[in-house]
Ligand binder design. Sequence first.
Ligand SMILES: O=c1ccn([C@@H]2O[C@H](COP(=O)(O)OP(=O)(O)O[C@H]3O[C@H](CO)[C@@H](O)[C@H](O)[C@H]3O)[C@@H](O)[C@H]2O)c(=O)[nH]1
Ligand SMILES: [Mn+2]
Length: 700
Amino acid sequence: MDVFVTTADPDGIAALDDDALLPAMDVFVTTADPDKEPPLATANTVLSIYPRRGLPRRQGAEVTRNAVVEAARFPALWVSFCRKHGVEPRNPEAYFNAGEGGGGKAKVVARGSYRGMAWPELVRDRRRVRREYEEMRLRIDALQAADARRRRCGAADDHAGVVQVLIDSAGSAPQLGVADGSKLIDLASVDVRLPALVYVCREKRRGRAHHRKAGAMNALLRASAVLSNAPFILNLDCDHYVNNSQALRAGICFMIERRGGGAEDAGDVAFVQFPQRFDGVDPGDRYANHNRVFFDCTELGLDGLQGPIYVGTGCLFRRVALYGVDPPRWRSPGGGVAADPAKFGESAQFLASVRAEQSHSRDDGDAIAEASALVSCAYEDGTAWGRDVGWVYGTVTEDVATGFCMHRRGWRSAYYAAAPDAFRGTVPINLADRLHQVLRWAAGSLEIFFSRNNALLAGDRRRLHPLQRAAYLNTTVYPFTSLFLIAYCLFPAIPLIAGGGGWNAAPTPTYVAFLAALMVTLAAVAVLETRWSGIALGEWWRNEQFWMVSATSAYLAAVAQVALKVATGKEISFKLTSKHLASSATPVAGKDRQYAELYTVRWTALMAPTAAALAVNVASMAAAGGGGRWWWWDAPSAAAAAVAALPVAFNVWVVVHLYPFALGLMGRRSKAVRPILFLFAVVAYLAVRFLCLLLQFHTA
Ligand SMILES: O=c1ccn([C@@H]2O[C@H](COP(=O)(O)OP(=O)(O)O[C@H]3O[C@H](CO)[C@@H](O)[C@H](O)[C@H]3O)[C@@H](O)[C@H]2O)c(=O)[nH]1
Ligand SMILES: [Mn+2]
């Protein structure tokens, strides 16, 4: 209950303490590809969801459904076990294999904090539940293996829609379990009701745009409207599980309207974004996966304006805000939500649900048939879905665009970093995968910049806070920095190698002053960022390094992709991130096996400009060293040596930034044979030297 203390007014807490008064919540879990997104991870995510309703969906993968069906059999036991003993986290994989990466011993609730029944009873129950879990795990693995064989000839992007209720909704009164010895654990005095679980697979047809995650979320939004119509919706990616079940209630406190209202009324809050936290990241966090500066500094800072940007998984929504309506403050008095068929489509049941604005639960045949019709390809034709209603289409970062549409209407949002973390997920720790993820985000941001949701032009001046607008502008144009950065990394180094003049001229005082001001600004930003986000200097430095790595590779590619899109209309693809079961890595000795992904080398064209920048700067250092112009014994004076060394300091500056990139290129060898970097430098030097000679020869 601690999580409430700072988050809501006493009235809100009192109301929420009574379970029957809790507002209903729909949880959407999206998964698209059973190869890249292991069904076991999805099943674990579904199991970790404690609230009343759950709506996982999939796109044409039999295996995911079977896995979820398997998961639907196990929760009766799992949920009761969690309730009985107050177990956290409620993801069985994470619970049984606690300790980062599964290395540590399984966690048992700390004895001091345990307030359940007798301690030996927990230990016994835990052993039994664990056995059941291992069996479910094996069944899912077997299903996946069988499915992989069958799917080779299947079609993932051409199939009918399916809506299937896996677990019916239970009544609102608690149902106590039995002490029956035939059950695995004694459930007397434990509420054994389960949240309803619905499996949704929208229709997909070849030649019809499915709009990726945004399309999936919109299908879920409609299907859930006729099945439960909960006023609040939580969005989780298939690999992000609930780590602190109390955080959901706390999140709702930010959005519950207070009697009397006021300027800062919670009724105007459209969504609550939780920070994304990750399991299975290498301890050094080589590719800045934790992103702490973004979450704990930028998002937190925006909370002081109009609210954080929506960045995907771990976000709690108010359903009506997704229907493209104005916040209460900007609504005409007495004006509710107009259920316009031109906007929402023709389904009478869906339109009724929009008007009703309250939850119900209907999983009769009628509602299910209607839900199936609502997830068909054709339903959105000629409506405002993807434009003014629901998740926004036309960008691979549908999250930022969708949040922007809400902020420009005058909605606010809130940021809540719960402790313990509300949700935890996985991230790519391999260089190639990570760069592709960053590329998608960068390209998606630029797509928004070139859309009707351009942060400079869109939105009412009174509704969108000017600083919020500036923040959105910054989040949508940042990939352009790559153009300047690549010039900065490449051009000054070239004359050094080519032996051109100018580099030993003393810098002008204006230039020195400019440089000093720049450095002071950088240092000030560093101080603020580390203080606000509470990270150590090392982590901050890794962020800086990865910024240069991704700006010279992924951002540059994003600019190219979007230029191509603007010029020719070629769509940008959503390259799904591969997920691994972070906590299930076999607890073998050493970090070696555990972070094996970190050392896998996969070359992608993205890396070419960064590799070039690295080579040119290393070569330029070598050239300067070879020329000996800044060796103090060769230089006419100490001052002259210092001036001559300046450009080399610049090269060193670039190279130390790109060091993690070099490690990523070398893979496992990086640990044993670091001198290979040296070899690389010599080869690069010779290559560039040769190139310069050729050029001189050519121009002469
Ligand atoms: O065609 C698609 C592609 C993706 N997804 C789902 O979208 C989620 C996110 O995909 P992932 O590959 O994990 O991307 P990330 O970069 O890790 O995700 C971040 O960035 C995305 C936008 O680029 C947001 O949608 C996510 O919520 C946010 O966590 C996953 O659940 C997928 O199953 C679909 O449903 N359909
Ligand atoms: Mn992800």
